[in-house]
Ligand binder design. Structure first.
Ligand code: FPP
Length: 255
């Protein structure tokens, strides 16, 4: 059965729909801290999980748009190592979101040539969540379009400590010596070892902090903040972020 898209799969049409963006310089890797679901729901007198449900719909919209625009990697902070502290009903709901999302949307992801990946320790997620993710990763592994990278049970400090332990073990075993350790080697021990570093970090909801997200990888990324809560975030906000990114000068410490 053909799948209906709210946006055209034809990139040119998408381009004509928008103004101002330089389509030859779309950031390759965009990372997003999707924040404000709880406050969005509270403002409407709804339970927090209603905000997460709405937020899942926004994930669909932004994945479609990012893939239309030619973004290569979209990393979404879906669940942090600290989020386990939330009430059980909320954690359970958040763990079900990837199952619902992939359950309904995987055929479209496959059709769009999207490759699903994850960062974080997924081995600690409930079995049904792991199964949905594993299935999506397997079924999209040959795709070479947008990499949709979910950060799940992800914490940047944990990731870095884990990398340090692996390197220390190699030193202990005599495989390498301490003087062999370089930035590149450290990077190769991170979950993101095969990915480009993010060009642009977006955080919604007015908070301006990193919350243990990609601390090493964001060293030279451009940051873009908006007051908009994630459930209200849409394609126009995404394009504005990309537009602002294109109008910044990245100097990487130079002049
Ligand atoms: C932070 O908002 C958001 C989260 C911890 C969860 C984000 C998850 C989604 C947007 C859906 C993910 C979808 C898939 C497919 C995995 P918050 O709850 O901290 O909001 P608040 O700061 O207003 O309380």
């Amino acid at each position: 059965m053909p799948i209906k898209f709210p946006f055209s799969k034809n990139k040119k049409e998408t381009i004509n729909r928008t103004l101002g963006l330089d389509y030859d310089h779309i950031p390759k890797h965009v990372a997003i801290i999707m924040d404000g679901n709880g406050r969005w729901a509270k403002n409407r007198g709804m339970p927090r999980i209603a905000g997460h449900k709405e937020g899942m719909g926004v994930v669909k919209k932004i994945v479609r748009h990012a893939s239309d625009l030619g973004v290569q990697i979209l990393t979404l902070y879906a669940f942090s190592t600290e989020n386990w502290k939330r009430p059980k009903n909320e954690v359970d709901f958040l763990m079900k979101l990837p199952v619902d999302f992939l359950g309904t949307y995987l055929p479209e992801l496959i059709d769009r040539n999207v490759q699903v990946q994850t960062i974080g320790d997924v081995s600690l997620l409930p079995a049904h969540t792991q199964k949905a993710i594993k299935d999506a990763i397997e079924k999209t592994s040959d795709n070479d379009g947008l990499i949709l990278n979910f950060a799940l049970n992800y914490g940047s400090r944990y990731e870095m400590v884990h990398a340090v332990k692996e390197i220390a073990e190699n030193v202990e075993k005599g495989v390498i010596s301490a003087s062999d350790v370089t930035e590149e080697m450290f990077t190769s021990h991170l979950y993101t070892s095969k990915l480009l570093e993010p060009d642009l970090l977006i955080r919604t909801s007015g908070e301006q902090r990193l919350s243990n997200f990609l601390l090493w990888q964001l060293a030279y990324s451009e940051f873009w903040f908006t007051e908009v809560f994630w459930p209200d975030f849409d394609e126009s906000h995404f394009e504005k972020a990309l537009y602002d990114y294109q109008n910044r000068k990245r100097r990487y410490g130079g002049i």
